[in-house]
Design a protein around this ligand. Structure first.
Ligand code: HEM
Length: 423
Protein backbone atom coordinates (compact mmCIF):
# COMPACT_ATOMS: atom_id res chain seq x y z
CA UNK A 1 0.00 0.00 0.00
CA UNK A 2 1.45 3.39 -1.03
CA UNK A 3 1.66 6.04 1.66
CA UNK A 4 -0.38 9.18 1.04
CA UNK A 5 1.64 12.13 -0.36
CA UNK A 6 -0.81 14.97 0.28
CA UNK A 7 1.18 16.40 3.19
CA UNK A 8 4.34 16.00 1.17
CA UNK A 9 2.83 18.10 -1.63
CA UNK A 10 1.90 20.83 0.87
CA UNK A 11 5.40 20.70 2.36
CA UNK A 12 7.45 20.50 -0.82
CA UNK A 13 5.42 22.69 -3.17
CA UNK A 14 7.11 23.01 -6.57
CA UNK A 15 9.73 20.40 -5.60
CA UNK A 16 7.11 17.72 -4.97
CA UNK A 17 7.01 15.86 -8.31
CA UNK A 18 10.79 15.82 -8.84
CA UNK A 19 11.14 14.41 -5.38
CA UNK A 20 8.39 11.84 -5.91
CA UNK A 21 10.02 10.69 -9.15
CA UNK A 22 13.24 10.14 -7.24
CA UNK A 23 11.73 8.37 -4.22
CA UNK A 24 8.48 6.71 -5.06
CA UNK A 25 8.73 5.05 -8.42
CA UNK A 26 7.18 1.61 -8.29
CA UNK A 27 9.39 -1.28 -9.56
CA UNK A 28 7.12 -1.50 -12.63
CA UNK A 29 7.52 2.19 -13.44
CA UNK A 30 11.27 2.04 -12.85
CA UNK A 31 11.51 -0.88 -15.32
CA UNK A 32 9.71 1.10 -18.02
CA UNK A 33 12.29 3.97 -17.83
CA UNK A 34 9.69 6.70 -17.71
CA UNK A 35 10.75 10.34 -17.74
CA UNK A 36 7.65 11.67 -16.06
CA UNK A 37 5.40 8.84 -14.96
CA UNK A 38 5.17 8.11 -11.29
CA UNK A 39 2.11 6.92 -9.44
CA UNK A 40 1.43 8.23 -5.97
CA UNK A 41 -1.45 8.57 -3.55
CA UNK A 42 -3.07 11.97 -3.09
CA UNK A 43 -6.09 12.58 -0.85
CA UNK A 44 -6.43 8.84 -0.42
CA UNK A 45 -6.54 8.03 -4.17
CA UNK A 46 -3.84 7.02 -6.65
CA UNK A 47 -2.65 9.67 -9.12
CA UNK A 48 -0.24 9.42 -12.05
CA UNK A 49 2.08 12.27 -13.04
CA UNK A 50 2.50 12.93 -16.78
CA UNK A 51 4.50 15.57 -18.67
CA UNK A 52 6.46 16.52 -21.79
CA UNK A 53 4.83 16.82 -25.24
CA UNK A 54 3.44 13.30 -25.06
CA UNK A 55 2.00 13.88 -21.59
CA UNK A 56 0.44 17.17 -22.65
CA UNK A 57 -1.24 15.52 -25.65
CA UNK A 58 -2.67 12.77 -23.42
CA UNK A 59 -3.78 15.24 -20.75
CA UNK A 60 -5.63 17.37 -23.34
CA UNK A 61 -7.23 14.44 -25.18
CA UNK A 62 -10.86 14.99 -24.20
CA UNK A 63 -11.80 11.48 -25.36
CA UNK A 64 -9.61 10.11 -22.55
CA UNK A 65 -9.56 12.78 -19.82
CA UNK A 66 -12.25 14.66 -17.97
CA UNK A 67 -12.21 17.40 -15.35
CA UNK A 68 -15.25 16.45 -13.29
CA UNK A 69 -13.95 15.43 -9.87
CA UNK A 70 -10.31 15.99 -10.82
CA UNK A 71 -9.42 18.99 -8.69
CA UNK A 72 -9.86 18.67 -4.91
CA UNK A 73 -12.76 20.90 -3.84
CA UNK A 74 -10.70 22.30 -0.95
CA UNK A 75 -8.52 23.97 -3.60
CA UNK A 76 -10.96 24.52 -6.48
CA UNK A 77 -13.67 26.20 -4.39
CA UNK A 78 -11.65 29.08 -2.95
CA UNK A 79 -9.55 29.55 -6.10
CA UNK A 80 -12.07 29.26 -8.96
CA UNK A 81 -15.43 29.41 -7.13
CA UNK A 82 -18.40 27.02 -7.09
CA UNK A 83 -19.63 25.97 -10.54
CA UNK A 84 -16.70 27.53 -12.43
CA UNK A 85 -15.82 26.71 -16.06
CA UNK A 86 -12.63 24.98 -14.91
CA UNK A 87 -14.50 21.89 -13.67
CA UNK A 88 -16.96 21.46 -16.57
CA UNK A 89 -16.75 18.85 -19.34
CA UNK A 90 -18.09 18.20 -22.83
CA UNK A 91 -20.65 20.46 -24.47
CA UNK A 92 -21.41 22.29 -21.22
CA UNK A 93 -17.74 23.26 -21.00
CA UNK A 94 -17.54 24.19 -24.67
CA UNK A 95 -20.59 26.44 -24.39
CA UNK A 96 -19.45 28.22 -21.19
CA UNK A 97 -15.92 28.52 -22.57
CA UNK A 98 -17.20 30.42 -25.62
CA UNK A 99 -18.16 33.24 -23.24
CA UNK A 100 -14.50 33.62 -22.17
CA UNK A 101 -13.00 33.12 -25.62
CA UNK A 102 -15.40 35.73 -27.03
CA UNK A 103 -14.41 38.48 -24.62
CA UNK A 104 -10.77 37.60 -23.92
CA UNK A 105 -9.47 36.72 -27.37
CA UNK A 106 -10.94 39.54 -29.42
CA UNK A 107 -8.18 41.76 -30.82
CA UNK A 108 -10.14 45.01 -30.69
CA UNK A 109 -11.24 44.55 -27.08
CA UNK A 110 -7.73 43.53 -26.08
CA UNK A 111 -6.29 46.73 -27.51
CA UNK A 112 -8.75 48.73 -25.37
CA UNK A 113 -7.61 46.87 -22.25
CA UNK A 114 -3.93 47.44 -23.04
CA UNK A 115 -4.52 51.16 -23.67
CA UNK A 116 -6.23 51.51 -20.25
CA UNK A 117 -3.50 49.50 -18.49
CA UNK A 118 -0.69 51.41 -20.21
CA UNK A 119 -2.22 54.75 -19.15
CA UNK A 120 -2.53 53.59 -15.54
CA UNK A 121 1.00 52.18 -15.54
CA UNK A 122 2.50 55.42 -16.85
CA UNK A 123 0.67 57.27 -14.01
CA UNK A 124 1.93 54.75 -11.44
CA UNK A 125 5.53 55.07 -12.65
CA UNK A 126 5.24 58.85 -12.27
CA UNK A 127 4.29 58.26 -8.65
CA UNK A 128 7.40 56.07 -8.32
CA UNK A 129 9.49 58.93 -9.72
CA UNK A 130 8.24 61.26 -7.01
CA UNK A 131 8.73 58.67 -4.29
CA UNK A 132 12.14 57.59 -5.63
CA UNK A 133 11.09 53.95 -5.65
CA UNK A 134 8.24 51.49 -6.16
CA UNK A 135 7.29 47.84 -5.60
CA UNK A 136 6.56 46.01 -8.84
CA UNK A 137 4.15 43.41 -7.48
CA UNK A 138 2.00 45.82 -5.46
CA UNK A 139 1.89 48.40 -8.25
CA UNK A 140 0.93 45.91 -10.94
CA UNK A 141 -1.79 44.36 -8.72
CA UNK A 142 -3.37 47.83 -8.57
CA UNK A 143 -2.77 48.67 -12.24
CA UNK A 144 -3.94 45.36 -13.74
CA UNK A 145 -6.88 45.15 -11.30
CA UNK A 146 -8.07 48.70 -11.94
CA UNK A 147 -7.58 48.29 -15.70
CA UNK A 148 -9.48 45.01 -15.96
CA UNK A 149 -12.40 46.25 -13.83
CA UNK A 150 -12.73 49.43 -15.88
CA UNK A 151 -12.46 47.43 -19.11
CA UNK A 152 -15.02 44.92 -17.83
CA UNK A 153 -17.56 47.72 -17.46
CA UNK A 154 -17.47 47.88 -13.65
CA UNK A 155 -17.69 51.48 -12.52
CA UNK A 156 -15.63 52.02 -9.37
CA UNK A 157 -13.37 54.70 -7.95
CA UNK A 158 -9.67 53.96 -8.48
CA UNK A 159 -9.37 53.50 -4.71
CA UNK A 160 -12.18 50.92 -4.54
CA UNK A 161 -10.85 49.11 -7.59
CA UNK A 162 -7.39 48.85 -6.01
CA UNK A 163 -8.96 47.55 -2.76
CA UNK A 164 -10.87 44.87 -4.69
CA UNK A 165 -7.71 43.98 -6.65
CA UNK A 166 -5.85 43.34 -3.38
CA UNK A 167 -8.64 41.07 -2.16
CA UNK A 168 -8.46 39.08 -5.39
CA UNK A 169 -4.67 38.87 -5.02
CA UNK A 170 -5.17 37.40 -1.55
CA UNK A 171 -7.35 34.61 -2.94
CA UNK A 172 -4.52 33.60 -5.27
CA UNK A 173 -1.91 34.01 -2.58
CA UNK A 174 -3.58 31.87 0.08
CA UNK A 175 -5.61 29.11 -1.59
CA UNK A 176 -2.93 26.44 -1.06
CA UNK A 177 -1.17 27.62 2.11
CA UNK A 178 -2.45 26.54 5.52
CA UNK A 179 -3.58 28.04 7.87
CA UNK A 180 -3.97 31.84 8.01
CA UNK A 181 -3.44 32.52 4.24
CA UNK A 182 -6.00 29.80 3.38
CA UNK A 183 -8.56 31.22 5.82
CA UNK A 184 -7.97 34.71 4.38
CA UNK A 185 -8.38 33.38 0.83
CA UNK A 186 -11.77 31.89 1.81
CA UNK A 187 -12.90 35.10 3.50
CA UNK A 188 -11.99 37.07 0.35
CA UNK A 189 -13.71 34.48 -1.84
CA UNK A 190 -16.96 34.86 0.11
CA UNK A 191 -16.78 38.68 0.01
CA UNK A 192 -15.86 38.84 -3.70
CA UNK A 193 -18.55 36.28 -4.67
CA UNK A 194 -21.18 38.45 -2.97
CA UNK A 195 -19.91 41.58 -4.67
CA UNK A 196 -19.74 39.95 -8.12
CA UNK A 197 -23.23 38.39 -7.80
CA UNK A 198 -24.54 41.84 -6.83
CA UNK A 199 -22.95 43.40 -9.95
CA UNK A 200 -24.66 40.76 -12.10
CA UNK A 201 -28.01 41.31 -10.33
CA UNK A 202 -27.81 45.08 -10.74
CA UNK A 203 -26.92 44.72 -14.42
CA UNK A 204 -29.85 42.38 -15.04
CA UNK A 205 -32.29 44.68 -13.28
CA UNK A 206 -31.04 47.72 -15.23
CA UNK A 207 -29.71 49.53 -12.17
CA UNK A 208 -26.22 49.21 -13.62
CA UNK A 209 -25.51 49.85 -17.30
CA UNK A 210 -22.16 48.39 -18.39
CA UNK A 211 -21.31 49.12 -22.04
CA UNK A 212 -22.61 46.56 -24.54
CA UNK A 213 -19.98 43.91 -25.20
CA UNK A 214 -18.15 44.53 -21.92
CA UNK A 215 -17.28 41.49 -19.78
CA UNK A 216 -19.91 42.38 -17.17
CA UNK A 217 -22.63 42.82 -19.81
CA UNK A 218 -21.66 39.54 -21.51
CA UNK A 219 -21.50 37.50 -18.30
CA UNK A 220 -24.80 38.91 -17.02
CA UNK A 221 -26.60 38.02 -20.25
CA UNK A 222 -24.87 34.68 -20.95
CA UNK A 223 -27.29 31.77 -21.35
CA UNK A 224 -26.56 28.08 -20.89
CA UNK A 225 -27.18 25.44 -23.55
CA UNK A 226 -30.84 25.28 -22.54
CA UNK A 227 -31.20 29.03 -23.03
CA UNK A 228 -31.36 29.86 -19.29
CA UNK A 229 -29.43 32.72 -17.73
CA UNK A 230 -26.64 31.51 -15.43
CA UNK A 231 -27.76 31.75 -11.81
CA UNK A 232 -26.53 34.96 -10.22
CA UNK A 233 -23.87 33.26 -8.09
CA UNK A 234 -22.35 31.33 -11.02
CA UNK A 235 -22.35 34.41 -13.25
CA UNK A 236 -20.52 36.27 -10.47
CA UNK A 237 -18.01 33.43 -10.15
CA UNK A 238 -17.26 33.61 -13.87
CA UNK A 239 -16.90 37.41 -13.72
CA UNK A 240 -14.29 36.87 -11.02
CA UNK A 241 -12.64 34.25 -13.24
CA UNK A 242 -11.73 37.14 -15.52
CA UNK A 243 -10.78 39.66 -12.81
CA UNK A 244 -8.83 37.44 -10.37
CA UNK A 245 -6.34 35.87 -12.82
CA UNK A 246 -5.71 39.27 -14.42
CA UNK A 247 -4.59 40.55 -11.02
CA UNK A 248 -2.46 37.41 -10.63
CA UNK A 249 -0.47 38.36 -13.73
CA UNK A 250 1.34 40.73 -11.31
CA UNK A 251 3.30 37.71 -10.04
CA UNK A 252 4.99 37.28 -13.42
CA UNK A 253 5.56 41.05 -13.55
CA UNK A 254 7.61 40.78 -10.35
CA UNK A 255 9.64 37.80 -11.58
CA UNK A 256 10.13 39.29 -15.03
CA UNK A 257 11.46 42.53 -13.58
CA UNK A 258 14.25 40.53 -11.95
CA UNK A 259 15.07 39.06 -15.37
CA UNK A 260 14.95 42.50 -16.96
CA UNK A 261 17.44 44.01 -14.54
CA UNK A 262 19.67 40.96 -14.79
CA UNK A 263 19.82 41.27 -18.61
CA UNK A 264 21.08 44.78 -19.50
CA UNK A 265 21.12 43.84 -23.17
CA UNK A 266 17.41 42.93 -23.20
CA UNK A 267 16.63 46.06 -21.23
CA UNK A 268 18.28 48.15 -23.93
CA UNK A 269 16.55 46.22 -26.71
CA UNK A 270 13.12 46.64 -25.12
CA UNK A 271 13.68 50.35 -24.50
CA UNK A 272 14.71 50.96 -28.14
CA UNK A 273 11.76 48.91 -29.35
CA UNK A 274 9.36 51.28 -27.54
CA UNK A 275 11.24 54.25 -28.97
CA UNK A 276 11.15 52.89 -32.55
CA UNK A 277 7.54 51.73 -32.48
CA UNK A 278 6.27 54.76 -30.57
CA UNK A 279 4.26 52.42 -28.36
CA UNK A 280 4.80 50.14 -25.37
CA UNK A 281 2.00 47.81 -26.45
CA UNK A 282 2.61 44.60 -28.39
CA UNK A 283 6.34 44.91 -29.16
CA UNK A 284 7.67 41.63 -30.63
CA UNK A 285 10.82 41.71 -28.48
CA UNK A 286 8.83 42.44 -25.31
CA UNK A 287 6.45 39.61 -26.24
CA UNK A 288 9.30 37.11 -26.68
CA UNK A 289 10.77 38.31 -23.37
CA UNK A 290 7.36 37.73 -21.72
CA UNK A 291 7.07 34.17 -23.04
CA UNK A 292 10.49 33.37 -21.60
CA UNK A 293 9.45 34.83 -18.23
CA UNK A 294 6.36 32.58 -18.28
CA UNK A 295 8.51 29.58 -19.20
CA UNK A 296 11.23 29.98 -16.65
CA UNK A 297 9.62 31.30 -13.45
CA UNK A 298 7.32 29.23 -11.23
CA UNK A 299 3.58 29.83 -11.08
CA UNK A 300 1.21 26.93 -11.87
CA UNK A 301 2.98 23.71 -10.76
CA UNK A 302 0.46 21.02 -11.72
CA UNK A 303 -2.91 20.54 -13.42
CA UNK A 304 -5.38 17.78 -12.61
CA UNK A 305 -7.65 15.60 -14.78
CA UNK A 306 -9.22 12.13 -14.45
CA UNK A 307 -8.95 9.20 -16.85
CA UNK A 308 -12.38 8.27 -18.23
CA UNK A 309 -11.19 4.81 -19.28
CA UNK A 310 -8.09 2.65 -18.99
CA UNK A 311 -5.04 4.15 -20.65
CA UNK A 312 -1.29 4.23 -20.12
CA UNK A 313 1.59 6.66 -20.14
CA UNK A 314 5.26 5.86 -20.76
CA UNK A 315 4.34 2.21 -20.37
CA UNK A 316 2.66 2.74 -16.99
CA UNK A 317 -0.98 1.74 -16.71
CA UNK A 318 -3.52 4.44 -15.81
CA UNK A 319 -6.83 2.77 -14.91
CA UNK A 320 -10.22 4.42 -15.51
CA UNK A 321 -11.11 6.92 -12.77
CA UNK A 322 -7.51 7.57 -11.77
CA UNK A 323 -6.36 11.15 -11.23
CA UNK A 324 -3.71 12.36 -13.70
CA UNK A 325 -1.43 15.30 -12.90
CA UNK A 326 0.28 17.31 -15.63
CA UNK A 327 3.70 18.48 -14.44
CA UNK A 328 3.65 22.04 -15.83
CA UNK A 329 6.93 23.26 -14.43
CA UNK A 330 8.96 20.21 -15.46
CA UNK A 331 7.46 20.34 -18.98
CA UNK A 332 8.47 24.00 -19.38
CA UNK A 333 12.01 23.04 -18.33
CA UNK A 334 12.27 19.69 -20.11
CA UNK A 335 15.90 19.23 -21.28
CA UNK A 336 14.75 17.01 -24.17
CA UNK A 337 12.50 19.75 -25.53
CA UNK A 338 14.40 22.94 -24.65
CA UNK A 339 18.06 23.68 -25.28
CA UNK A 340 19.80 24.85 -22.07
CA UNK A 341 16.43 24.88 -20.28
CA UNK A 342 17.70 26.76 -17.22
CA UNK A 343 19.11 29.65 -19.27
CA UNK A 344 16.92 32.75 -19.63
CA UNK A 345 16.87 33.32 -23.39
CA UNK A 346 13.91 35.10 -25.02
CA UNK A 347 15.44 34.42 -28.48
CA UNK A 348 13.83 30.97 -28.36
CA UNK A 349 10.48 32.70 -28.86
CA UNK A 350 11.51 35.22 -31.51
CA UNK A 351 9.67 34.25 -34.68
CA UNK A 352 9.85 30.54 -33.83
CA UNK A 353 6.20 29.87 -32.89
CA UNK A 354 7.48 28.03 -29.78
CA UNK A 355 4.71 29.63 -27.70
CA UNK A 356 2.25 27.21 -29.32
CA UNK A 357 4.37 24.08 -28.92
CA UNK A 358 3.08 21.20 -26.80
CA UNK A 359 5.96 21.53 -24.36
CA UNK A 360 5.18 25.17 -23.44
CA UNK A 361 2.33 25.06 -20.95
CA UNK A 362 2.52 27.89 -18.39
CA UNK A 363 -1.19 28.51 -19.02
CA UNK A 364 -2.14 25.00 -20.10
CA UNK A 365 -1.86 23.17 -23.43
CA UNK A 366 -4.00 22.33 -26.47
CA UNK A 367 -6.29 25.08 -27.79
CA UNK A 368 -8.31 27.51 -25.65
CA UNK A 369 -11.32 27.31 -28.00
CA UNK A 370 -11.71 23.54 -27.78
CA UNK A 371 -10.16 22.51 -24.44
CA UNK A 372 -9.34 23.88 -21.02
CA UNK A 373 -6.31 25.93 -22.04
CA UNK A 374 -6.36 29.39 -20.44
CA UNK A 375 -8.40 31.87 -22.50
CA UNK A 376 -6.55 34.74 -20.80
CA UNK A 377 -3.16 34.09 -22.35
CA UNK A 378 -3.34 37.06 -24.73
CA UNK A 379 -4.40 39.26 -21.80
CA UNK A 380 -1.50 38.07 -19.63
CA UNK A 381 1.09 38.33 -22.40
CA UNK A 382 -0.09 41.76 -23.53
CA UNK A 383 -0.09 43.22 -20.00
CA UNK A 384 3.31 41.79 -19.18
CA UNK A 385 4.89 42.91 -22.45
CA UNK A 386 3.74 46.49 -21.98
CA UNK A 387 4.92 46.45 -18.36
CA UNK A 388 8.42 45.20 -19.26
CA UNK A 389 8.59 47.77 -22.08
CA UNK A 390 7.73 50.62 -19.70
CA UNK A 391 10.11 49.37 -17.00
CA UNK A 392 12.91 49.05 -19.57
CA UNK A 393 12.57 52.76 -20.34
CA UNK A 394 13.17 53.82 -16.73
CA UNK A 395 16.50 55.06 -15.54
CA UNK A 396 16.30 52.72 -12.58
CA UNK A 397 17.88 49.83 -10.71
CA UNK A 398 16.88 47.15 -8.24
CA UNK A 399 17.19 48.32 -4.64
CA UNK A 400 20.29 46.72 -3.15
CA UNK A 401 19.94 44.46 -0.14
CA UNK A 402 16.27 43.59 -0.78
CA UNK A 403 15.29 39.95 -0.38
CA UNK A 404 14.06 39.14 -3.87
CA UNK A 405 14.47 35.40 -3.29
CA UNK A 406 11.44 33.10 -3.29
CA UNK A 407 10.37 29.86 -1.72
CA UNK A 408 10.07 26.76 -3.93
CA UNK A 409 7.87 25.23 -1.24
CA UNK A 410 5.00 27.73 -1.30
CA UNK A 411 2.37 27.60 -4.06
CA UNK A 412 2.08 30.09 -5.64
CA UNK A 413 5.42 31.68 -4.93
CA UNK A 414 6.65 35.28 -5.30
CA UNK A 415 9.90 37.19 -4.71
CA UNK A 416 9.66 38.05 -1.01
CA UNK A 417 10.30 41.79 -1.46
CA UNK A 418 7.72 42.07 -4.26
CA UNK A 419 10.74 43.46 -6.25
CA UNK A 420 11.64 47.01 -5.25
CA UNK A 421 12.93 49.37 -7.94
CA UNK A 422 14.81 52.61 -7.27
CA UNK A 423 14.71 55.60 -9.64
C1 HEM B 1 -0.50 34.73 -14.67
C2 HEM B 1 -1.19 34.48 -15.68
C3 HEM B 1 -2.02 33.25 -15.84
C4 HEM B 1 -1.68 31.95 -15.66
C5 HEM B 1 -0.33 31.39 -15.19
C6 HEM B 1 -2.83 31.15 -16.01
C7 HEM B 1 -2.85 29.78 -16.02
C8 HEM B 1 -3.95 29.03 -16.33
C9 HEM B 1 -3.97 27.61 -16.36
C10 HEM B 1 -2.77 26.70 -16.10
C11 HEM B 1 -5.23 27.22 -16.64
C12 HEM B 1 -5.78 25.81 -16.69
C13 HEM B 1 -5.62 25.10 -17.97
C14 HEM B 1 -6.23 23.74 -17.87
O1 HEM B 1 -6.96 23.44 -16.91
O2 HEM B 1 -5.98 22.93 -18.75
C15 HEM B 1 -6.02 28.42 -16.80
C16 HEM B 1 -7.36 28.41 -17.06
C17 HEM B 1 -8.12 29.55 -17.11
N1 HEM B 1 -7.66 30.85 -17.07
FE1 HEM B 1 -5.76 31.41 -16.83
N2 HEM B 1 -3.85 31.98 -16.37
C18 HEM B 1 -3.40 33.26 -16.29
C19 HEM B 1 -4.08 34.39 -16.62
C20 HEM B 1 -5.41 34.41 -16.92
C21 HEM B 1 -6.14 35.61 -17.25
C22 HEM B 1 -5.50 36.98 -17.39
C23 HEM B 1 -7.44 35.24 -17.41
C24 HEM B 1 -8.62 36.07 -17.76
C25 HEM B 1 -8.56 37.34 -18.12
C26 HEM B 1 -7.53 33.81 -17.20
C27 HEM B 1 -8.68 33.06 -17.23
C28 HEM B 1 -8.73 31.68 -17.16
C29 HEM B 1 -9.95 30.90 -17.25
C30 HEM B 1 -11.37 31.44 -17.36
C31 HEM B 1 -9.56 29.55 -17.22
C32 HEM B 1 -10.46 28.32 -17.28
C33 HEM B 1 -10.44 27.73 -18.68
C34 HEM B 1 -11.15 26.40 -18.82
O3 HEM B 1 -11.26 25.64 -17.84
O4 HEM B 1 -11.59 26.12 -19.93
N3 HEM B 1 -6.27 33.35 -16.90
N4 HEM B 1 -5.22 29.51 -16.61
Amino acid sequence: MMTDSTLDLLRRGYLFTANARRDRRSPREADAHPRYAVTLRLLGRPATVVGGSEGVRLFYDSTVMQRTGAMPQAVARPLFGRGAVHGLDGSEHHHRKSLFVGVLMDEERLQQLFAIADGLLVEALDTWRHAGRGIVHDTTVDVYGTAVMRWAGIELTQRDAARRARQLAEIVDGFATPVAPYARAWARRVACDRWAARLVGETRSGRRLPPAGSVLAEVASHRDEQGRLLDQHTAGVELLNVLRPTVAVARFAAFGTLALFESPDWRRRLASEVHERGSAVGGPLATAFTHEVRRIYPFVPLLAARAMHDTSFEGCPVPAGQRVLLDVLATNHDPQEWESPRTFDPERFLGTGAEWSDHFVPQGGGRPETGHRCPGELVAVGLLALTFSRLAQLDASLVRGQDAGWSWRRIPTLPRSGVVVEL
